[in-house]
Design a protein around this ligand. Structure first.
Ligand code: PGA
Length: 257
């Protein structure tokens, strides 16, 4: 069984005080850890203070980026080693905005993935809609080219721990609301790509999230899709009441079904 994973991606919003206040507002209303994993990806400077607030709560602290090296002369970078030290469980790597605005390519993201794995911080690897058709075992499949690049040289034992996400570029930060069928299609094609690369067992176990204009109204139908194991939420996660509605999506789903 793949445990659902709901993540707030706060991007460059919320300072330390606002981040801590948000956690205080939500921490007593989170779902049980056996049912769902919940996390917040915040600015690096807030992570340590946030971590002190979540002891005993079902809430993971997530970094939005990390360096491709663990130590050295890289002024301004933040090492996954320091993230681990600050109590960070996961790090998002290769988000669309990192690719688009900071020109990160598959090779750089691959180095970051390898560095994070060495420190025990689990990568959440974001991919967008750049699919290519490729023949696999005589049949034409859609293959997420980015996945092959960012997972290059990663041991299958480590691949099974990572979390993947599908975020179509037209849906991230846009007015276009996410369509559950598009989310399902993208996530199932990523799973197919993982199956082609690493086999069925790993593909069945790996968690694949969807991101792009998720909100309290559409989350339940997106989460109802068989290959969608969770969501990355940007704008709608900035409000504590809305985030609480979304982490408790299972209640809304029981009304929809
Ligand atoms: P959005 O952002 O929910 O504001 O579209 C999603 C993301 O960037 O992860």
């Amino acid at each position: 069984m793949r445990k659902p994973f709901i993540i707030a991606n706060w991007k460059m919003h919320k300072n330390i005080e606002e981040s801590v206040a948000f956690i205080n507002q939500i921490k007593d209303y989170l779902p049980r850890a056996v049912d769902e994993e919940v996390g917040i990806a915040a600015q690096a400077i807030a992570l340590s203070s946030m971590n002190q607030m979540v002891q005993g709560a079902n809430l993971k602290i997530i970094a939005q980026n990390a360096a491709s090296e663990l130590t050295g002369p890289y002024t301004g970078e933040i090492s996954a080693r320091s993230l681990a030290d600050a109590g960070v469980s996961y790090v998002m790597l290769g988000h669309l905005e990192r690719r688009r605005l900071f020109h990160e390519d598959n090779q750089t993201i691959n180095q970051k993935v390898c560095a994070a794995i060495k420190t025990g911080v689990t990568p959440i690897i974001c991919t967008d809609d750049k699919m290519v058709q490729a023949p696999v075992k005589g049949k034409i499949h859609y293959v997420f080219d980015q996945l092959k690049g960012v997972l290059k040289g990663v041991n299958p034992k480590d691949v099974q721990k990572v979390v993947l996400s599908y975020e179509p570029s037209w849906a991230v930060g846009s007015k276009q609301s996410a369509n559950p069928l598009v989310a399902q299609e993208g996530c199932s094609r990523i799973r197919q790509t993982i199956e082609n690369l690493y086999g069925k067992v790993l593909a069945n176990n790996i968690r694949i999230l969807y991101g792009g204009s998720v909100n309290p109204e559409n989350i339940a139908t997106i989460m109802a899709q068989p290959d969608v194991d969770g969501v990355l939420i940007g704008r709608a996660s900035l409000s504590a009441p809305d985030f609480l509605k979304m982490v408790n999506w299972q209640q809304a789903l029981s009304k929809v079904m």
